[in-house]
Design a protein around this ligand. Structure first.
Ligand code: MRU
Length: 359
């Protein structure tokens, strides 16, 4: 199957690419209730911060069609994954649309339109991120990336992977170095699959090999996505991101974060206030369904970590490429984007004014 998005609406249902089946099989899952959407998010059938926000938005549209309580559905969807702020962001937008639709009979159609618009705007935002981010990568760069930040994780095109995609489209001759991303291997299973579909040269490494490759001079830049960016520029992303940022600093390699403005949470002052999701122990004790640790072993499985802003060379948003100090840059980017987008459902391109490389 060739698709540009991980989820879409068809015949009264939300269809998702079931990401747990990749790369072996491209299988779609049909969700006709918000509860099914919540379960798909919880079990990582759909994953990646922007994509789970979009799935939740469609989930709320399904709740409206069924005449269910929107508050209850929103609470259920919101509770599925606490770290990615895009989830709450999308739900709050949809609840706002519901409140602004006085006639209950109109709500289902309005919410579906709003969910579609969020998806369209996210894909468009990612194309802008790609454009700003590609300008950071020198020709021939070997760029290490983590987890999956491609079209599978977004409304389309991808964030950090979108930057690689755009650099490839521009003929910069880049190569992606993909960390496998334990415990559930989003890098090995999903990112290499997407890069293969796009014809972008890629090399898969174990997470443990990153430091050795950096020391050997085989990595020119690191680029990752984000699940939440705090007001001071601290970044929550897939657990292991912090390790890569420390390694990059030790080897004087630029460490970039790419994310849409919907991932920036000015209500969270710093990384310390970001809730970190703990996932089930079996993700650690098993590998591809095979137990690799003794039964009963104690396990910690935080799904995300926080990279302090001091380790981040630039944050590439749809508003442009923001350099430190982030507190000021992020505030200005969001304010400009909000102004530009007006009452629309997504951040607009106007924040480019605050950023370098925004032409
Ligand atoms: O647990 P996941 O697979 O949802 O984690 C995803 C990530 O950490 C991504 O880097 C992040 O959501 C950005 S996706 C554009």
């Amino acid at each position: 199957m060739s698709t540009d998005a991980p989820l879409w609406w068809e015949d009264g249902a939300l269809l998702l690419i079931d990401q747990t089946a990749l790369p072996h099989e491209v299988r779609t899952l049909s969700c006709t209730s918000w509860e099914q959407v919540a379960e798909a998010i919880r079990t990582l059938r759909v994953r990646g911060a922007p994509a789970i926000g979009l799935a939740a938005a469609y989930g709320l549209a399904l709740a409206a069609r069924a005449g269910a309580s929107l508050e209850e559905a929103a609470a259920g969807l919101r509770a599925t994954r606490p770290t990615a702020v895009n989830l709450a962001w999308a739900l709050d937008r949809l609840l706002g649309v519901a409140r602004a639709t006085p006639e209950p009979a109109d709500r289902a159609a309005r919410l579906l339109d709003a969910a579609r618009e969020l998806a369209r705007a996210d894909a468009e935002a990612n194309r802008r991120i790609g454009r700003y981010g590609a300008a950071l990568l020198p020709p021939g760069a070997r760029v290490l990336t983590y987890c999956n930040t491609g079209m599978l994780a977004t409304g389309g095109y991808g964030t950090a992977l979108g930057v690689l995609r755009r650099a490839h489209e521009e003929g910069r001759g880049i190569r992606a170095i993909v960390c496998e991303t334990r415990p559930v291997l989003q890098g090995a299973r999903l990112t290499t699959w997407e890069l293969g579909q796009l014809g972008i040269p890629a090399t898969l490494i174990t997470d443990n090999a990153a430091g050795a490759l950096m020391r050997a001079g085989e990595i020119d830049a690191v680029i990752v996505g984000a699940d939440r960016i705090a007001a001071n520029g601290d970044v929550a992303n897939k657990v292991g991101t912090y390790t890569l940022a420390v390694l990059a600093r030790a080897h004087q390699i630029p460490f970039y974060v790419a994310a849409p403005c919907s991932t920036v949470d000015l209500g969270t002052p710093s990384g310390e206030a970001i809730p970190i999701e703990e996932r089930p122990p079996d993700e650690v004790t098993t590998l591809a369904g095979i137990r690799v640790a003794p039964a009963g072993v104690a396990v910690r499985n935080p799904a995300f970590d926080v990279t302090p802003y001091e380790l981040v060379a630039a944050i590439v948003t749809d508003g442009g490429c923001i350099r430190p100090p982030y507190a000021e840059g992020l505030r200005r980017a969001l304010a400009a984007a909000r102004q530009d987008a007006g009452a629309a459902t997504a951040w607009g391109p106007g924040a480019a004014a605050v950023a370098e490389g925004a032409a």
